[in-house]
Design a protein around this ligand. Structure first.
Ligand code: ZN
Length: 254
């Protein structure tokens, strides 16, 4: 029996989680490979979306930020455009999960990202499980960046030195992402990795900081980590990675 039931509602694929099945965070490829400059897309959006309906990632040639919201995938590029992605588009790195809200609360007064994160973490059962995060609301400020397209082999940390950043005011939209326990730093980015997209799909990117005016916050449970590797990608298989450098790069770039 498949772990999830997919349902098409209003043209959107949604995943009905079956309570008896564990909720798996599916990570495709490794941050290490990305940091080292392996930017070639090797998994299709179509396949990625069978593993989850909420998540983050990047595109082939790190051409912008991948935002997975409600079972659909979007690309936020450095030129400030948003495109909905078709199933054939390939990604080099992504993390998705069938988001299943366990804790929901309303944020009724203005909060900075730090204040909201503190409130979110107050609902965690300890610090050792991954969580999915979804925040829909009106943002007094939203500051994002988009990783710009780069040639394979150029180190991520080098590319990230010069990336477009935008700050907008009074936007309504959704933040999606993953919270990673400290002990998994390296496998993923410890703490929050959040991407944002407006309700009208006109603006989005990798979240740097924000001020939420009011909104609805959902924290999802995650029971398992499913780490998939690009097993047919020769570049990945035979890449010589400098692990100390990788850890430093993740700290700097993410
Ligand atoms: Zn990101």
């Amino acid at each position: 029996m498949p772990p999830y039931i997919f349902e098409k509602r209003n043209g959107r694929a949604s995943i009905l989680h079956m309570a008896e099945e564990p909720i798996k965070l599916y990570q495709y490829n490794t941050l290490g490979a990305l940091m080292a400059g392996l930017y070639g897309g090797t998994m299709t959006i179509g396949e990625l979306l069978t593993h989850g309906d909420l998540g983050v990632g990047t595109l082939d040639s790190i051409d912008g930020e991948l935002i997975v919201l409600d079972g659909k995938a979007y690309q936020a590029k450095g030129d400030k455009t948003i495109t909905e992605l078709s199933d054939e588009v390939k990604v080099p790195y992504a993390a998705v999960v069938p988001h299943h809200a366990e804790v929901m609360f309303k944020q009724r007064f203005t909060a900075t990202d730090k204040e909201l994160e503190e409130r979110i973490e107050s609902y965690f059962d300890g610090e050792n499980l991954f969580r999915s995060v979804k925040i829909h609301g009106t943002f007094a400020k939203m500051h994002v960046r988009m990783i710009p397209k780069a040639k394979e082999g150029t180190k991520f940390v080098k590319v990230s030195e010069h990336q477009p950043e935008y700050e907008v005011e009074n936007v309504t939209g959704t933040i999606v992402g993953i919270w990673t326990p400290e002990m998994f730093h390296g496998v993923s980015v410890a703490g929050y990795h959040l991407h944002f997209i407006t309700d009208d799909y006109s603006f989005g990117g990798h979240v740097m900081d924000f001020i939420l005016e009011e909104g609805d916050v959902e924290i999802g449970a995650i029971d398992q980590l499913d780490q998939a590797f690009p097993v047919q990608d020769r570049k990945y298989l035979f890449a010589r990675l400098n692990i100390d450098e990788l850890k430093q790069d993740i700290n700097e770039a993410e």
